[in-house]
Write a protein that binds this ligand. Sequence first.
Ligand code: HSE
Length: 303
Amino acid sequence: MRITVSVPATSANLGPGFDTLGMALSHYDHYSAEVTGSALQIEIRGEGEKDAPRDENNLVFKALKLVFDSLGEKVPGLKISCENNIPHGRGMGSSGAAVAGGVMLAAGLLAPKHQLTEQQLLEFATELEGHPDNVAPALFGGLTIAWVDDKGPHHKKLTVHRGISPLVLVPSNQMSTKLARSLQPDSVPHTDAVFNVSRSALLVAALTQSPELMMAATEDKLHQSYRAAAMPETSELISALRASGHPAVVSGAGPSVLVLEDDPKKRLKAMEMVSKKFSTWTPLALAVDFKGASLEGQSGSGS
Ligand code: HSE
């Protein structure tokens, strides 16, 4: 039996929506799990080929095992293959994709005995990832609002306005999410909290119905300035883009930059500016992915 899943890259925060908003993008990792009955084998191609773990510490496997263990099932001998296209450590949701992918592979292997609900998929993925803003769009696609209460994580998926034309600018250096999170203060001024409440509410409107509001809607005072010193080139690029009217923000915990243009022509202008003045950054002109993680193929008789 072999199960294959494709999982989109994601950009979290989107400016003001720290740990809450996320968007799935048309750039994919592909993972497969084949039941072999023998010792665990992990094959990795592309990103992480040199340094990602090929044992039980592999994130796709860890997520898969979490689901099996939680449902009281024994993980069979598996061969896991990862074709990784999402850059690692760049704020494009590579770990969220690996976790979402592992959870989906487990769901595929355990069906029909266990039929996992969307809510269970999100709960398992959030348990391992720590916060839901990347795993929600990775699993379900589109623009997601994610929140956590005492019952666990929840999400609401929204359809993005058709003009939205995302551009991700990827540098060659990496940024650790753990380091980025350690730079956040424990409390923020009340005026900054109000600032972000207004901008994140506005961003939902801008991304779904009023893209002309995108510049104001992508302002933030909760995380980007605290992390700026750890990624000065990112800050510099965002300032230059915003000064020219391009709505640029840090993608996730960085160091990539996300530009949320409302028109492909404006995106082209942003790309031209970057190629002239910031030519070391790799531009990825992507679409919003509306599907999220999808099981692609399944063969064999199952268990
Ligand atoms: N919301 C998260 C952060 C996204 O900015 O720390 C990165 O995992």
